[in-house]
Design a protein around this ligand. Sequence first.
Ligand SMILES: [Zn+2]
Length: 452
Amino acid sequence: MKNIFSLAAAFLFYILFCSSGNSFSISTDPEPSTLSREEALSTITSQEFKDHLDFLASDEMKGRNTPSPELNKAADYIGAEFKRCGLLSPEGIENYIQWWEFGKEKAPNCIGYIPGTDPVLKDEYVVIGAHMDHVGAAMGQIHNGADDNASGTTGILELAEAFSSLKEKPKRSMVFMTFGGEEKGLLGSRHYVQNPVFPLDKTVAMINLDMIGRSEKNYLFIGGVETADKWEELIDGLKDKYNFDLETAPGGVAPSDNTNFFRKGIPVLFFFTNVHEDYHGPGDDPDKINFETAHNIAKLVFEVAYEVSFTDIKLEFKKIEQPALPSNFNQKMMERFGGMPNQKRLGIFPAEEVDETELKSLNLEEGCSAIKVDQVEKGSVAKKCGVKSGDFIVKFNGTSLSSDDPLRHLTKMIRKVEENKEIPITIIRDGQEMTLTAIWKSKEDKKKDNKF
Ligand SMILES: [Zn+2]
């Protein structure tokens, strides 16, 4: 009986998978270690991108804040995918999760790897990483972080599957990582480089994917292209078939996890499609993701990582400290926040949830709102003027915060604040309204302070 069955099955398989016109219509859940390079590349699809991202950036994930049960759930999801693809969990790491301390709580990094096969190069490591956390919720609005950074995390999942589906095994060992705590200051990747699972001096490259989901007109930015002598030549040789509107920058420093690896003398690449009007806002949702370009970016990463992992190319590190950001990054941040990222900050982390009754108890005027302070950054302007966790900020420089997007409103006002001037910040603490005085010192004055 079997024979007839297997013949029929084979015929059915052909109908389903091979007659769909494209030469490599391989199932997008390929068996590990069966495919050629081109076949593995074609397992990276925009549909699968959508499936992963829709889950990671769904409301039930509550914006994957660090620490949170939802971030742990994302880590479990990623670990399960690594397992399904046949990646190994490193020695001493249970179920692909490296836990690290965040205050009294703990937060995850995910690590899975494909061991190299070359007798020498197998002890060298190529890291492909992305942060999986986002900012959670602010003012009761979930920030799903579809682009930031469910898109990069999905890229890691697609790449892990594609590389593990290859019949040929890499010469160097390939390490797939997702980090927690990026939004809180690159904490997860900092923990990793301070507690590396694989020796950093044997880590030959780190490729970082952060916000690859909102490309406009096929735009792609790659930072760090001069942090290794051969990056530019490699990318030049591979990029043409994707017709990206490609912008590159030489330096290895960016507001993302590649910076921690770069600081350890490791060549890095930073894949990014730039900030947009929903950056760190409640509107960063899956329905705005450009899956077509996002999955093509993952394909280019596949090709670059393949060259570094499957050949004995030698990458020489170059310490190019310049910030790796698109040329119009500042202008885009101005459009988004009304100012530059590294300009004035207050130094608070807003509370995720503020229940309506609490807000009502503040008796604010119609159309006004407040920001509940969750944490106050050490040494910040907020700390210096006495803002405390649990305070409600209701007015800034005499202006009430609008109920539309109080965080954006406050950020905009802070950006425009005059230096060395006393700025009243009105807060409500334990039902009592009080005014604190904040001062943003000019650089010179700050220097004088430091000298002191
Ligand atoms: Zn990010």
